[in-house]
Design a protein around this ligand. Structure first.
Ligand SMILES: [Zn+2]
Length: 450
């Protein structure tokens, strides 16, 4: 029996087509009507731009003109205005009445107040549930598979909402949650013979190391066939992907930062955006917030507008991620343009007008492992984004790299930075392990005197 290629062929086969744009416009106009009815904050912002209802949205191009992106700064300002009362905030921004909310989650709030994510039944079933089912199907997850859920259960989308979402695709969900700890996740996966694992890539890597001690056998003994990762980069970093796939004997997919999932082409192709009918994806200039054309290599801040549900309140929202898109067909043959995360708006550096992201420098440096350890820091004289050239990098040499080889290595790294990132760094060499290691997200930037 030949099985269908997509979970939802009627939509996934027409991603990126004119027919899909018609569906988006119809749903967007309905959404604008709901915002006018329920979301006073967005109504005011649209009225200030001369938009008085869905009738003023005649094409999809009218949408960016109708409403400025909702940024983190806007979020903070509105929260302030609402006296940090989360329900006042939600009442002002959601396109549905608060009585429709059935689940609440929040970001971790590591860099400030947590940001709320509210879900209606429609969000769980028809928006996020639908998206996850499409992603799982593309990753080869099928009815009868047993999914070990090891994202933190409090996490937005991936946590409890993720669990509620995965009810309808015939899989069995085994919720453990990252909170359960590595030993419990591994033992539960073994006991119930889980064959799909969802977690962050760093947890997946950590479990490789712990498996022999806890299971008495390597991680491959679990028989996991697919890992659905997200929440941080990993699947897109070739070294990380290779390490995880070979240790588990499984395929690694990444999900998230919007409605995307990576494909199983041998070389990472970014995530395919698989839900034009559920959400509008846009790229804007990170400084001016002007729309950017969706073309191969376009790079900008990603902006999302969800078209169904509404609890989550994604109304031209920016999550601070910089994406690079590819719209030409993927060699894997699947539909959906592709995007990869190249950095964070907060980390943006400007060297003589050239925009550089620490994550991009990281990728270049990682290409020189093992001649370098891969650890480095960007040394700035003043807070970002402006950098007076040359941009100074402190890079750890590899343990086996001889003094006599440094000069040539430096020439190669400088050339690679110049070719790929369009700036010429000044490199300061450090001994292996001289920089402090962190279990959390590495901070690449050091500011002089701080
Ligand atoms: Zn692909």
């Amino acid at each position: 029996m030949s099985e269908r290629k997509y979970w939802r062929p009627e939509f996934e086969e027409i991603l990126g087509t004119e027919r899909m744009r018609d569906i988006q416009l119809e749903r967007l106009r309905k959404r604008v009507g709901e915002l006018f009815e329920h979301a006073g904050y967005f109504r005011c912002r649209m009225e200030a731009r001369g938009v008085h209802g869905p009738e003023d949205i005649k094409t999809l191009e009218d949408w960016p003109r109708a409403l400025a992106p909702f940024t983190k700064a806007d979020y903070r300002a509105l929260m302030e205005e609402c006296a940090h009362d989360v329900y006042r905030f939600l009442d002002a921004t959601l396109p549905v009445p608060l009585s429709e909310l059935v689940t609440m989650a929040a970001t971790s709030g590591t860099t400030g107040e947590p940001q709320p994510y509210a879900f209606t039944r429609v969000d769980l079933d028809e928006l996020w549930g639908e998206y996850l089912q499409r992603g799982y199907w593309r990753a080869g997850v099928r009815p009868g598979d047993r999914v070990v859920q090891a994202f933190a259960l409090s996490m937005f989308v991936a946590g409890v909402p993720g669990l509620q979402c995965s009810r309808d695709n015939g899989t069995m969900v085994i919720p453990v949650g990252a909170e359960g700890g590595v030993a419990r996740i591994l033992k539960t996966a073994k006991f119930f013979r889980g064959n799909v694992l969802t977690c962050t890539p760093s947890l997946a890597e950590h479990m490789i190391e712990r498996a022999p001690e806890i299971l008495g056998a390597p991680i491959s003994s679990l028989g996991i066939k697919a890992l659905m990762c997200g929440g941080e980069p990993g699947a897109g970093i070739p070294e990380v992907r290779h390490r995880i796939e070979s240790a588990y004997g499984a395929k690694l997919y990444d999900l998230g930062a919007g409605f995307g999932v990576s494909c199983d082409h041998l070389e990472y192709q970014g995530m395919h955006w698989i839900a034009d009918d559920l959400a509008i994806y846009e790229l804007v200039d990170p400084t001016t917030h002007e729309p950017l054309a969706m073309e191969d290599g376009a790079e900008g801040e990603a902006v999302f507008t969800s078209l169904l549900g509404g609890g989550l309140g994604q109304t031209r929202i920016t999550l601070g991620d910089i994406h690079r898109v590819t719209v030409s067909p993927c060699p894997c043959g699947a539909t959906g343009f592709r995007y990869r995360i190249v950095g964070r708006v907060d980390d943006m550096l400007k060297v003589k007008g050239v925009i550089v992201y620490p994550a991009a420098i990281d990728a270049v440096v990682a290409g020189f492992i093992p001649r370098v350890t891969g650890e480095f820091r960007i040394l700035l004289d003043e807070p970002p984004p402006r950098v007076v050239p040359p941009l100074k990098l402190r890079i750890e040499r590899g343990a086996e790299t001889a003094d006599s080889a440094i000069k040539e290595l430096e020439t190669e790294i400088v050339r690679a930075m110049k070719d790929r990132l369009k700036f010429t760094p000044e490199i300061h060499w450090l001994a292996p392990n001289e920089l402090e290691r962190s279990d959390h997200k590495t901070r690449f930037i050091e500011i002089k005197g701080k």
